[in-house]
Design a binder for this molecule. Structure first.
Ligand SMILES: [Zn+2]
Length: 254
């Protein structure tokens, strides 16, 4: 049997869990962060939301071709966002990014078992961005078999959670888009899955990489995918490009 080599594609994807560092958060969190900002002398971030250290959106859009953004729109659990989806500057950012590139929903921590949560969060994003939402990636990459069925039922066309969180490589052993097979009903679904090879947090928290080592590893993986063809998708966050705190010197890695 002859297989055609798939085309090589490269895509940066970004989850927005914490849209701002200093804005839209509770006072309890704010005081600690104000001290950190003062220590780092980023004074402009107090007065201009676009100077917030996590406001890396324009930089990302300028540096990558059609990056894929995912927005977390929930404060349901302590593992979700510290910023309300009703916070107007957050909604302004979503509208702005939606006009520039592709966006999707980042369903919240409890959504993997809760169809209503997924439904409500998709509806909310559709109302804010004024467009149909067809892309999705689970927050914390947390999903079960039924989550994929929920997403399929809600009209999601591409699901992007197939990625290891504690190591590098392809979780489903494949570098190309594949269809979700519904085992309960024994049928191929409309839902496509888009695997990623690496996530920013994995380098920092599980592999103890410094930026130079991470960059070398990413390049090595990219060359491998180029040999066989397929999609070289990376998972990052807006704060990864902040050059601030734990992400100091990581801006040019991904
Ligand atoms: Zn997340």
């Amino acid at each position: 049997m002859n297989f055609e080599k798939p085309k090589f594609n490269e895509k940066l994807t970004i989850d927005i869990d914490h849209p701002f560092y200093l804005h839209g958060i509770s006072w309890g969190k704010k005081i600690k962060r104000i001290l950190k900002i003062l220590f780092n002398q980023n004074f402009n971030s107090f007065f201009d939301i676009k100077k917030d250290v996590f406001y890396t959106y324009d930089w990302i859009i300028d540096h990558f071709e059609k990056p894929q953004f995912f927005f977390l729109l929930s404060q349901n659990t302590k593992f979700d966002s510290s910023i309300s989806p009703n916070y107007k500057p957050y909604q302004t950012i979503i509208k702005y990014i939606a006009k520039k590139t592709s966006i999707g929903i980042h369903p919240s921590f409890d959504s993997s078992e809760n169809l209503d949560l997924i439904k409500n969060e998709i509806n909310l994003l559709e109302n804010i961005a004024n467009q149909k939402v067809i892309h999705s990636r689970q927050h914390f990459l947390k999903y079960q078999f039924k989550t994929l069925n929920f997403l399929n039922q809600q009209g999601i066309e591409k699901e992007w959670s197939s990625c290891f969180w504690d190591k590098l490589g392809f979780k489903n052993g494949i570098a190309i888009t594949f269809s979700f097979y519904d085992l309960e009903n024994e049928q191929i679904t409309q839902l496509k899955r888009e695997p990623a090879i690496a996530m920013d947090r994995t380098f920092l928290s599980y592999l103890n990489s410094n930026p130079a080592l991470a960059k070398a590893k990413i390049n090595e993986l990219k060359e491998k995918v180029k040999i066989y063809g397929g999609n070289f998708n990376l998972i990052t966050h807006n704060e990864t490009f902040s050059n601030f705190g734990e992400w100091k010197n990581w801006k040019e890695v991904f």
